[in-house]
Design a protein around this ligand. Structure first.
Ligand SMILES: *Cc1c(COP(=O)(O)O)cnc(C)c1O
Length: 460
């Protein structure tokens, strides 16, 4: 899809229009763009991103959102509804993550703006708690190489040293011995993913939990992707290891409502084993002339609409709904993984779950990606080694999608064999940045990022 297709269609607003555009015209433009863009993923050929894909559910959440969109969730005296929504979102999430197994703390949570928001708040909490209780001023955290870049972002923002633990190239799981060897007196937390974004594999949380207890270090489980689907998969009997608060060393878990919670983009839950950790990062300023100020997280004002819509999603879907969707997703993922494994030239990375990644030892897998793109598929690409991944979501559970995957993949393999001596066209991409870049390409990457913000303004 071109980056600025609308510049020509609608012209470019470089200043606030002198006279307001008629609402019908505004809505007509919005509808046209949304219609065109939705067509891209409604086929079920797009990995991840559209976790729900159900327009009835979207309309329902839009109604819930609309009732509270104008409300500021920061001003609780005016809107006790927000206290209800937030408290119940946290309680329901804690229950799903088996906080009932906790007997050594008081489980609590925080609703944040997304997976990155939850990870940022978790790292801030570990830093501040260690500073307050252990006087640690040069903190470090240890993350598996496969853990999400949001951890590196958090460490960058909060001046925490990040130590990247290697993974086993076959299982793709973190080297626990390396982690153990690299914990020191300044280590405030370790990370494990359930699952990681790239390979969909679940780190050995039981071993990390044991290590966390032995060395008195925090353990954050990144369940941003899996937090709202693995518990249902476990309940359905799929082979999924325990990754939650049932492990006594797990001190916090991030779980994204805006992924498999099927809420709108903009919410996630950060769950804590004990309130002391969460409360250590609360901010308050009591002597400001503007009044006493306090905010539970990094944001100031927040739209009440997001809390309302997230709450509405959870209580309307219910346990039976989440279980039903999870069953469809896991069954679809099993079928797709089976198709991949049926080809001798393809290799699944490790033992993945609902999200899987595959590579080839015979040719560059990006040839497969190149061909699949011509059939409308959009996978996410990875590097070291080159591989492509599919996070199975509800759009893939539609009839015919698995069959299309099977047929298109077979054709893609033929294409890959024919073109194996050429350079593939596609590369590893997350968030729109082309892959295969070296450090010298920093300026190019900055230019691509800047274009997302500025490009619309410079088109003729
Ligand atoms: C999506 C994801 C994140 C980051 O979440 P955002 O919602 O994009 O900020 C973190 N960890 C994992 C494993 C993820 O899949």
């Amino acid at each position: 899809m071109a980056n600025h297709p609308y510049a020509e269609r609608y012209g470019v607003n470089r200043k606030i229009p002198e006279h307001g555009m008629a609402r019908e015209e505004v809505l007509a433009q919005l509808q046209q763009m949304a219609h065109d863009e939705d067509a891209f993923w409604e086929t079920g050929k797009c990995s991840g991103t559209m976790y729900c894909g159900d327009h009835d559910h979207y309309n329902f959440m839009t109604e819930a959102f609309g009732l509270y969109a104008h409300v500021n969730a920061l001003q609780r005296d005016m809107c006790p509804s927000q206290t209800r929504f937030e408290g119940e979102i946290i309680a329901m999430t804690l229950d799903m993550l088996h906080a009932d197994a906790i007997d050594d703390g008081e489980p609590v949570g925080l609703v944040t703006t997304g997976g990155t928001g939850s990870i940022l708040h978790a790292m801030l909490a570990y830093r501040d708690h260690a500073r307050q209780t252990r006087n640690i001023t040069a903190p470090n955290v240890i993350k598996p190489e496969t853990a999400h870049p949001a951890f590196d972002k958090a460490c960058h923002l909060f001046d925490i040293e990040v130590r990247r633990a290697p993974i086993d190239p076959v299982t793709t799981l973190v080297d626990v011995q390396w982690v153990a060897d690299n914990i020191d007196a300044n280590t405030v937390a370790m990370i494990g993913s359930a699952p990681n974004y790239g390979y969909g594999t679940i780190d050995p949380i039981a071993e990390l939990s044991q290590l966390a207890l032995e060395r008195n270090v925090g353990l954050h489980v990144d369940g941003c992707l899996g937090g709202f689907i693995l518990p249902w998969g476990q309940e359905l009997g799929f082979d999924i290891p325990v990754f939650d608060f049932r492990h006594p060393g797990v001190t916090s878990i991030s779980a994204d409502t805006h992924k498999y919670g099927y809420a709108f983009k903009g919410t996630s839950v950060l769950a804590f084993r004990d309130k002391a950790l969460r409360n250590s990062q609360f901010f308050f300023l009591t002597d400001w002339t503007g009044g006493k100020y306090c905010s539970p997280g990094m944001e100031g004002s927040r739209s009440g609409g997001l809390l309302a819509a997230t709450w509405a999603a959870m209580v309307s879907i219910g346990r039976d709904g989440y279980l039903r969707y999870a069953r469809e997703i896991f069954e679809t993922a099993e079928a797709m993984k089976h198709i991949v494994s049926s080809h001798a030239e393809l290799r699944l990375m490790g033992k993945p779950t609902f999200c899987f990644s595959f590579t080839s030892d015979d040719f560059d897998i990006y040839h497969v990606n190149d061909f699949m793109r011509t059939r409308g598929w959009r996978f996410n690409g990875q590097q070291y080694p080159n591989s492509i991944h599919m996070a199975v979501t509800r759009p893939q559970t539609q009839p015919g999608v698995v069959e299309a995957f099977e047929a298109d993949l077979a054709d893609a393999l033929e294409y890959a064999r024919e073109h194996k001596d050429e350079q593939p066209k596609s590369g590893s991409i997350y968030g729109g940045i082309p892959g295969g870049m070296t450090a010298e390409a920093d300026e190019f990457i900055r230019a691509v990022m800047a274009d997302m913000m500025d490009g619309q303004m410079v088109v003729p």
